[in-house]
Design a protein around this ligand. Structure first.
Ligand SMILES: [Zn+2]
Length: 302
């Protein structure tokens, strides 16, 4: 059973929106692509562990703190006898290890992911102890991308390579797991400790005026050029999206990019750059949000 599904991070959503609406300089675009690749790898892993969900509890993207130290767990799985911590990496290409250091084949050093797993495992174990939970922790570094290769890989059973993932999951599935009240309780305790505020991430500077207005297609990210009273159509990929759904998606995007700005009919009408009369924008906002104030100064809140 999934106790907390995975969602795209705010950082990933904002960076994508900026890339589409104003473009990003090379390093920022690369940073966005890394975030995206990481999320895709984690989602891939989520699909792979579906057969294990029966009799086990899964919590995704858990941000915890132990004695003022923050740590993030990609995927945590509670079974009868073990609590699994999975650090998922979607690395692609050739890498090598030299002692404690990891490098891309071009010779660029990357953060040693094994150290990251060990650190998280230690923090999680101590946190569980504080909660009075003595179920042993098993931590694994999972590589999901079949295009990944590591030269001089350390002989370490906590690293699961793409060619080992099937067997690892099969073996884990074979271990019977029947959850009891204490398992659910520990899952709920961990969820209650999850920090919802995101740590400060670095965003490129952007202003409203710089961003291209309009609604973009959720499949190919091209801007919609055509619509009827009921639908938007993407000329690039053929996507057809319900009119109201598309507008509301863009309102959420606006709020994400400009959390301090008010949602008004004029503002959203300009942001979405829709051809239909303003009345329809007002109607959508009125139906889905709560109106504050009246007349020209009115705005909408969730
Ligand atoms: Zn499209």
């Amino acid at each position: 059973m999934i106790m907390k599904p995975r969602e795209e991070s705010l950082e990933l959503k904002i960076m994508r929106s900026l890339l589409i609406r104003m473009g990003l300089p090379g390093p920022d675009e690369l940073y966005y692509l890394n975030l995206k690749q990481g999320f895709e790898g984690e989602s891939e892993f989520d699909d792979r562990i579906v057969p294990l969900l029966d009799g086990r509890l899964v919590i995704n993207d858990l941000l915890l703190e132990h004695h003022n130290t923050l740590f993030q767990i990609d995927s945590l799985m509670i079974s009868t006898k073990s609590i699994y911590l999975f650090e998922v990496k979607n690395y692609c290409g050739d890498f090598y290890v030299d002692g404690e250091r990891w490098y891309s084949i071009a010779g660029n050093e990357i953060k040693n992911p094994l150290l990251q797993v060990q650190r998280n495992e230690s923090l999680l174990r101590r946190l569980l102890q504080d909660l009075g939970c003595n179920i042993p922790v098993e931590a694994y570094l999972i590589f999901v991308n079949p295009e990944f290769h590591l030269y001089q890989a350390p002989l370490n059973q906590n690293i699961i390579f793409p060619t080992q993932l099937n067997r690892f999951l099969e073996n884990t599935k074979k271990k019977t797991s029947r959850l009891q009240g204490n398992h659910k309780k520990i899952a709920e305790q961990l969820l209650s400790l999850h920090l919802t505020e995101t740590p400060n991430f670095r965003l490129p500077d952007y202003r409203y005026e710089q961003l291209k207005k309009g609604i973009y297609c959720p499949s190919c990210f091209g801007f919609y050029q055509q619509n009827t009273r009921l639908y938007f159509f993407c000329a690039k990929c053929g996507e057809k999206e319900d009119y109201e759904t598309a507008v509301l998606r863009s309102v959420q995007e606006f709020k994400l990019l400009f959390p301090d700005d008010k949602i008004t009919t004029n503002q959203i009408h300009e942001w979405c750059k829709i051809t239909k009369e303003k009345k329809s924008t007002r109607k959508i906002l009125y139906k889905n949000y709560k109106q504050v104030g009246h007349g020209k100064s009115s705005y909408y809140v969730k």
